[in-house]
Ligand binder design. Structure first.
Ligand code: HEM
Ligand SMILES: *[C@@H]1O[C@H](CO)[C@@H](O)[C@H](O)[C@H]1NC(C)=O
Ligand SMILES: *[C@@H]1O[C@H](CO)[C@@H](O)[C@H](O)[C@H]1NC(C)=O
Ligand SMILES: *[C@@H]1O[C@H](CO)[C@@H](O)[C@H](O)[C@H]1NC(C)=O
Ligand SMILES: *[C@@H]1O[C@H](CO)[C@@H](O)[C@H](O)[C@H]1NC(C)=O
Length: 331
């Protein structure tokens, strides 16, 4: 096909306009959403997250993970924060005895309500708290688009289906990301979250003893790491004991997670397969390698990927509601 210069730049212009418009229309979120209605919002959230981290550094990781588990189930609508019965998200397999930080969100919400009552959604508070958690752990800053409204249902069945499990294959993990509009690059970039936080023995102990029914440990685990983890998590021991996800710098938001993967030191099965599985060669492995050598790129792309994740299917306008209490829908 022959195209003259003006025609091709014209096409480029329309393509870019379309792209910018569709992003704006699709997200309908803005970093200035509460500039007039709740000007102190950022200061309030920052102070509360700071206090929580002073008390327990791990809480930053827990708040980041809550935002992820919120966004993957019916979009970022604060649904994970709702109390409920055994069919609710809190009781679903990925969250039960594992998701934490709800009391911190309650504290932030009540401070925000004192300053500007009935204005700020729980979904937005969670998105801002996740950003502050990353930054206060030494990670990047980004502007958090806001204007999400709170959902009315918590769907545990959907949480079971949508949130990736540490025992999933790489294909399954990538397709669970695809289902919410994220790609295989986002899998790698966002998995970099595991540079902070902890996991229970129950989340990875299968790898240590009887992996995939072969009656032997996962052979992608480095030998000293294997011995340490077997001692921490004996086969018949308490599955609630925890290990740091990044043994190199547990609470520091850096690229050591990726360096670890190069040396067989990923904690979860879903971590190590990003580098070691056969399927990884054509999908995730090159980016793991790249991030392990380029911390700045990782931190920058992490910020972009968090905005992308935060844009998953938000309720906007008059959809949903602004919850008064993050644990219950307004009556
Ligand atoms: C790629 C698929 C992923 C899988 C299979 C996965 C799985 C897990 C598991 C099993 C744990 C430990 C939970 C426990 O034992 O209690 C964990 C912890 C964590 N995950 Fe992921 N995760 C994934 C992606 C992500 C993403 C996208 C984020 C954030 C954007 C994230 C953030 C975290 C954080 C910060 C922790 C530590 C939480 C804490 O210490 O309380 N993960 N993840
Ligand atoms: C989610 O999965 C767990 C574990 O398989 C199961 O016990 C639970 O009933 C499921 N929850 C829902 C709401 O389907
Ligand atoms: C929960 O999600 C499942 C799976 O998408 C769906 O079939 C079900 O109708 C949903 N339940 C509610 C209460 O929305
Ligand atoms: C490993 O697990 C499989 C299936 O769960 C079981 O049949 C086998 O006996 C186990 N092997 C060992 C050595 O425990
Ligand atoms: C972990 O602790 C919870 C709550 O105390 C308990 O219900 C669960 O059985 C424990 N899980 C394991 C694997 O020990």
């Amino acid at each position: 096909m022959i195209m003259n210069r003006s025609c091709s730049s014209n096409a480029y212009f329309w393509l870019m306009s379309f792209f910018i418009l569709s992003v704006a229309v699709r997200s309908q979120l803005s970093p200035y959403f509460y500039a007039k209605t709740c000007p102190d919002l950022f200061g309030i959230v920052r102070r509360e997250v700071q206090n929580a981290l002073k008390n327990e550094m791990r809480m930053g990781a827990s708040l980041l993970r809550l935002h992820f588990h919120d966004c993957f189930v019916n979009g970022c609508d604060g649904s994970i924060l709702l109390d409920g019965d055994e069919d609710s998200e809190k009781f679903a397999a990925p969250n039960l005895n594992s998701a934490r930080g709800f009391e911190v969100i309650d504290r932030i919400k009540s401070s925000v309500e004192s300053a500007c009552s009935g204005v700020v959604s729980c979904a937005d508070i969670l998105a801002i708290a996740a950003r502050d958690s990353v930054q206060l752990s030494g990670g990047p800053f980004w502007f958090v688009p806001q204007g999400r409204r709170d959902g009315l249902v918590s769907n545990g069945t959907l949480a079971n289906i949508s949130i990736p499990a540490p025992t999933d294959t790489l294909d399954t993990i990538i397709s669970k990301f695809n289902n919410v509009g994220l790609d295989h690059k986002d899998v790698v970039t966002l998995s970099g979250s595991h540079t902070i936080g902890r996991a229970k023995c129950a989340s990875f102990s299968k790898r240590l003893f009887n992996f995939s029914e072969i009656g032997a440990p996962d052979d992608t685990i480095e030998t000293d790491t294997l011995t340490e983890l077997q001692n921490l998590c004996p086969e018949s021991g308490d599955g609630n004991i925890t290990s740091v996800l990044d043994q190199d710098s547990a609470d520091q938001f850096d690229n050591h997670y990726f360096k670890n993967l190069l040396h067989g030191k990923g904690l979860l099965g879903s971590d190590q397969i990003l580098f070691s599985s056969e399927d990884a060669t054509a999908t995730t492995k090159p980016l793991v390698q790249f991030y392990s050598e380029n911390e700045r790129f990782f931190l920058m792309e992490f910020a972009y990927a968090m905005v992308k994740m935060g844009n998953i299917n938000p309720l906007t306008g008059s959809e949903g509601e602004i919850r008064k209490n993050c644990r219950v829908v307004n009556s």
